[in-house]
Design a protein around this ligand. Structure first.
Ligand code: SAM
Length: 280
């Protein structure tokens, strides 16, 4: 065991996670954020942006599988997928497991996150050379404004909603997402935890409901994220999202057809979150 620790600076969490560190593998500053990769006993390598742990080698599969496979299996034939953020490559890896996908465009504002992930996190950043992957370094808010009826699924895998990531949780952005989706498209975005961030969850859900006819919330327990009980907000133009629409065939560690159903909150609890009578 080591005596050196990294203490997280999560702008929204009322608690600080503290990771034992056996080695600092990278520490730099891009034009957008401070980037760090540390080696931690138990977790393996941990990617840290602006003091907040984004993913660790041991448990990253949970977040990445649920971000990718819930929307992709809710859709009957996802061919064109847009990922905004996701520079560590974990969501891209999962998206490209679907043979239906012909094109996965990843738009991360910060190319240095991608370069650092390729070098230090090769089990996550393992799909950037796939011929179906297209990588663009631009602000996702700007990028999406140029598209109409282009994508089957849009996944927003961004950092916490502060600074340049905040705009990705606004009604204005969701209007662009709606327009960029095909007529039966599906959107998903990470919306923080139920217990520490219920106001953010409610705000995003309300904004999505102003734009999309079908909106829902599903969750996964992520050991490295403050509050653990993490939410994903999903919105669909046409298809119901609580069930996979086709047989689950991709190889995963946790996601499956029954875990897809299980991930969605019971209707009564979901309504309490929306109505604001689950607050503390
Ligand atoms: N899984 C992580 C989590 O939930 O905290 C997020 C991982 S991924 C590394 C987040 C990425 O979002 C970062 O690389 C950051 O550069 C990118 N990002 C944040 N805001 C963005 C924006 N407006 N446009 C494009 N990429 C953005």
């Amino acid at each position: 065991m080591t005596d050196v620790f990294f203490m997280e600076r999560d702008p929204y969490a009322p608690i600080r996670h503290c990771y034992p560190v056996s080695k600092v593998l990278y520490h730099g500053k891009s034009p957008y954020q401070e980037i760090m990769v540390v080696e931690s006993p138990h977790f393996g390598k941990v990617l840290i942006l602006d003091g907040v742990a984004q993913c660790d080698e041991r448990f990253e599969f949970i977040y990445h599988e649920f971000m990718a496979h819930v929307p992709l299996y809710a859709h009957p034939n996802p061919q064109d997928v847009l990922i905004i953020g996701g520079g560590d490559g974990g969501v891209l890896r999962e998206v490209l497991k679907h043979p239906e996908v012909k094109r996965a465009v990843l738009v991360d504002i910060d190319k240095e996150v991608i370069e650092v992930s390729k070098k230090f996190l090769p089990t996550m950043a393992c799909s950037f050379d796939d011929p179906r992957a297209i990588v663009i370094n631009e602000d996702g808010y700007k990028y999406i404004q140029d598209y109409e009826g282009e994508f089957d699924v849009i996944i927003v895998d961004s950092t916490d909603p502060v600074g340049f990531a905040h705009v990705l949780t606004t009604e204005e952005f969701f209007k662009y997402v709606y327009r960029a989706l095909k007529e039966d498209g599906i959107y998903v975005g990470q919306t923080e935890s139920i217990h520490y961030h219920v106001e953010i969850v409610r705000r995003v859900q309300k904004a999505l409901r102003k734009v999309f006819p079908i909106v829902d919330l599903y969750t996964a327990v992520i050991p490295g994220y403050a509050g653990y009980w993490w939410t994903m907000s999903i919105a669909s133009k046409k298809y119901p999202v609580r069930e996979p629409s086709r047989e689950v065939t991709v190889s995963t560690k946790l996601y499956s057809a029954d875990m897809h159903r299980y991930a969605f909150l019971p209707e009564s609890f979901y309504q309490r979150i929306l109505n604001g009578d689950y607050s503390f």
